[in-house]
Structure formats: C-alpha cells, structure tokens
Ligand binder design. Structure first.
Ligand SMILES: [Zn+2]
Ligand SMILES: [Zn+2]
Length: 486
C-alpha cells in the first residue's frame, strides 16, 4: 500500500492503532485540545476515500502505482530504487521523425537485478539516456530491430563516448538481424560504422581504452522465428520477423522473473506477432493514425508518400488495436508516432475500436512504466534539459578500480609542428595564475586504485555495483527462507 498518499496512509495508521495522548516534549507549550471522537475522526478522514470499499474511476484491475514510487505522476531520474522483482521501461525516443520534443525511437528496459537493455537507439535518443541519469558506460547491451537509421542513429555516439567515459572492461554488445544478403546484416552495418569512426577511434586512443573500442556483434538469422538470442542471469530474449518492406526487420521479446515486454519495432501487423507475444505483460508496437492528409502536412511530406509509407511499412491505429485484442497484454502501448494533440484523440479512438483493455501512449519522450507481477503504472519522466550526468559505473568486485593505460600518445598521431605553434599558456593566463597542465598521461602502465585507498570511489561510481550486491543478498535471503520452510 506504499502508493497511498500520506493522508490515506495516516488514516490507516490511525484506525489500526489510535495514538495514546501523551504530551510530546518537543511540541510548544500550547495545551493539547480535547480530541474529537473516533467516529468523527473516521468520518472526516475516510469520507470520500475508497479505502478499498469501492473502485474509483475506470482504471483497470492491476493498473496501479507499484510500491516504492515517490510520485504517482512523475519519475525523477536517480530518485527511485527499482524493487528486486520489478521492471522499468522508459521511452527514450518515440518518433520516426526527429524533432526537438521527440527523439528517434528507443525503448529502455531496466530490471530489478540491476541489469539493463536497450531496444533500438535512434538518433538523439542518447541525450534522453543522459538526462535520465544513466552513465554511458553502463549502457552496454543494444538490440536493434532493423537498420533504418531512426532505430540506431545514436549507436556511434554511445560506442565512442561510452568507451571514453569508462566502458574499459567490457565490450559494447550489439544484437541485430542478418539481412537477405550479408551486406545488409547487422555485422556489415557495424563494420561500416567502425570505418566511419576510423579517425575518431584513433583520436580517442590517447585516452584510456581497454575494451572501450571492442564491439561484440551478435547477428542472428532473421528467419529463425522465435530464436533465443540472449539467455543470461534469468533473462531471455527472443526475436521474430516483421513485414517492413525489406527482409531483416525483427521484433523482440524479453522475459525475466515472470515479467515480459515485447517491442515489435516497425512493420505491418503480422500473425507471427500474435504467436510470439502471447501472454506478454507489456506489448509495445508502433502505429500511425489515419489522418494522413493532415499528418503528412505536419511531417512535411506529400500525402501519397505518407500513405504509401504506412501501407507498405507500418501499423495503422485500427490494426494496432486489433493486434492488442488478439494478444491480450496486461498493458498495451504504442510508440514511434508523432505525439500531437490533434492526432492523439484519433489514434486512441482507432485503437479502442478493437482493444478495450489498458492502453497508454509510449510517447512523448520520457514516459516511464513500472511493472510488477501485481501492478503496472505509467508516468511522465522528468528529463532535464541541462542534467548533471551520472558518473561512470564500475564493478568493484575485484576491490580495485583499474584505468587502462592509453594505447597511444599525441606524438604518435599528431604532427609536432602544429603543437609547436600552440600559443604558450603564459600568453593567455593572467599573471599569477599558473594551472598545472596535464599534457602527458600521468601514469606508467595501468592505474590501479585499491578501494581501501579511496573508498569514496564506490559512492558515485559504484551505485550499480552496490545495487547488484543488494539484489544478490535478496536472492540469497529468498533461498534461505524457502529452505527454512522445507
Ligand atoms: Zn522507424
Ligand atoms: Zn523502419
């Protein structure tokens, strides 16, 4: 009942054990007044409040705030700990057409065991991850549904700057479909991306790199419908084909701890979706409403181009509702569409034609969904425009922080002449101000810092690590409890 607000909670407390009247020594000298009768207090404090006596509004069973939420309306980055058996889904990008209010599509899934998974990472979405309080080096698993750039445009940035800011001890893991031929598969895209980043990668090798420039590419056969492509720590991810004009487009389903989510990626409604999404908790697909003459004008494309694009590539609102009704998820969501007042009502009505169950928009950017076995709740995440980014996150299991030695030096990749022509600092720093410049990497070999030397390192940089340890203790306690019951 943690979601009850303070008022109803105090009513509960009062009714279950009315306080005895003792004078609190910290209170003022004012004499306490004669208390109202218990009947009057009950009448006032519970009047009009459901208290489990009736159901308010049209909310569906199981659509309620999960325990541990600090606000029923908003999620504020870095303020809430996920419950050990809870899943959180954040829409980090929600539109095929990038614009300041909506980045390209990305669906972020966090699990109570401390793990996280990125499904698609469209252009601009990475800014929302930063705003959401996630360190780039903790974002190390990306599942791409298909190789339209609105689904992977942020990957080069995550790859390079995640490596720069601390992903030194593990590769970036990318999962994605094969293509009709090898040149159209995920591996070929990654090869091309590495080529594109040649200059950048070499330039960044004056910094610690370690495994920061490694990518583990997991290209799966897109035809292997239902194929299991990830199975670690109780998390399973399967994929299946979608009809999206070109071979390769895929959908994903993640299952963990009795909770599940499907992100279909782009595509026309398809029987395979019904087969593999069966029994899912949160079913997310993409949609486009029928207002083509208006919405194409808003998007700045001729109507026939909009219509042709939808009819060959996408899921109309009516079809989205139809799919949801076939699949019967605990919560149905749509994303990958313009989120505009003129459009949302239309989309809702089209979806409601077939689907009468729980429904929310997976838009605009920052929509947050908490999922437990009992409840699902959707809120607006508050993503700041100018955030304090999170420190890189490290695993302190070894009792030390290891900063790899940079693989190269400026001297190796830059002509001496251009450095010689740098303005000497004494010319621009004011007299008497002599900062100590760090022009050469200060350490021979890897820097190794035992945590007993600088325990404060595990504060900001070990938040995830400590969360994972707490989860391991939770699991161990559950094991001990079930043994005790035997
Ligand atoms: Zn798309
Ligand atoms: Zn697409």
């Amino acid at each position: 009942m943690a979601w009850l607000n303070g008022f109803t909670r105090s009513v509960h407390n009062y009714l279950s054990s009315p306080p005895t009247h003792r004078k609190d020594p910290t209170m003022s000298d004012q004499e306490p007044k004669e208390p109202s009768s218990p009947e009057e207090i009950e009448a006032a404090l519970t009047g009009g409040v459901p208290m489990g006596r009736w159901k308010e509004g049209l909310l569906f069973e199981g659509i309620a705030p999960t325990p541990g939420l600090l606000s029923a309306a908003n999620w504020f980055p870095k303020t809430e700990q996920l419950g050990p058996d809870e899943m959180r889904i954040i829409f980090m990008g929600t539109s095929p057409s990038i614009r300041p209010g909506q980045m390209n599509t990305s669906v972020f899934v966090q699990l109570g065991n401390g793990d996280n998974f990125i499904f698609d990472i469209g252009e601009g979405a990475i800014a929302n991850y930063v705003a959401g309080g996630f360190a780039l080096n903790e974002l190390d698993k990306v599942f791409i549904t298909h190789l339209h750039v609105d689904h992977f445009g942020s990957l080069p940035y995550l790859y390079m700057f995640g490596g720069w800011s601390g992903r030194w001890h593990k590769p970036l893991r990318v999962f994605g479909p094969s293509g009709r031929t090898a040149e159209y598969g995920t591996e070929a895209m990654i090869d091309g991306m590495k080529k594109m980043l040649g200059w950048h990668m070499d330039a960044f090798s004056v910094f610690p790199v370690g495994q920061g420039h490694d990518i583990e590419v997991n290209e799966f056969d897109f035809r292997d419908d239902g194929g299991l492509i990830y199975e670690e720590d109780g998390v399973r991810v399967i994929h299946w084909q979608r009809s999206h004009a070109k071979d390769g487009a895929s959908a994903y389903r993640l299952d963990w701890n009795g909770l599940s989510v499907v992100w279909t990626g782009d595509g026309r409604p398809n029987r395979r979706d019904i087969e593999f999404a069966e029994g899912v908790d949160v079913y997310i697909t993409e949609t486009q409403a029928e207002l083509m003459s208006i919405s194409s004008g808003v998007a700045g494309v001729p109507p026939f181009l909009g219509r042709y694009t939808v009819d060959t590539h996408h899921t109309p609102g009516y079809a989205a509702g139809y799919m949801a009704n076939q699949i019967q998820p605990r919560l149905f969501m749509v994303t990958h569409m313009d989120f505009d007042p003129y459009l949302n009502e239309e989309t809702t009505v089209e979806i409601r034609h077939h689907w009468k169950g729980p429904f929310h928009f997976g838009a605009p950017d920052g929509i947050v969904v908490n999922v437990t076995k009992d409840d699902i709740w959707v809120r607006q995440g508050i993503l700041p425009d100018y955030p304090n980014s999170r420190s890189p996150q490290f695993d302190f299991d070894s009792g030390q922080l290891v900063v790899p030695h940079p693989p190269t030096t400026r001297a190796e990749i830059q002509d001496q002449g251009i450095r010689d022509s740098e303005i000497p600092p004494s010319e621009y720093y004011p007299e008497g101000y002599h900062p100590e410049l760090l022009e050469e990497w200060p350490v021979e070999g890897d820097l190794v810092v035992p945590i007993e030397v600088a325990p404060e390192l595990t504060e900001g940089m070990g938040e995830n690590w400590r969360h994972r340890k707490a989860y391991e203790r939770h699991i161990a306690e559950l094991g001990a409890d079930s043994k005790a019951e035997d």
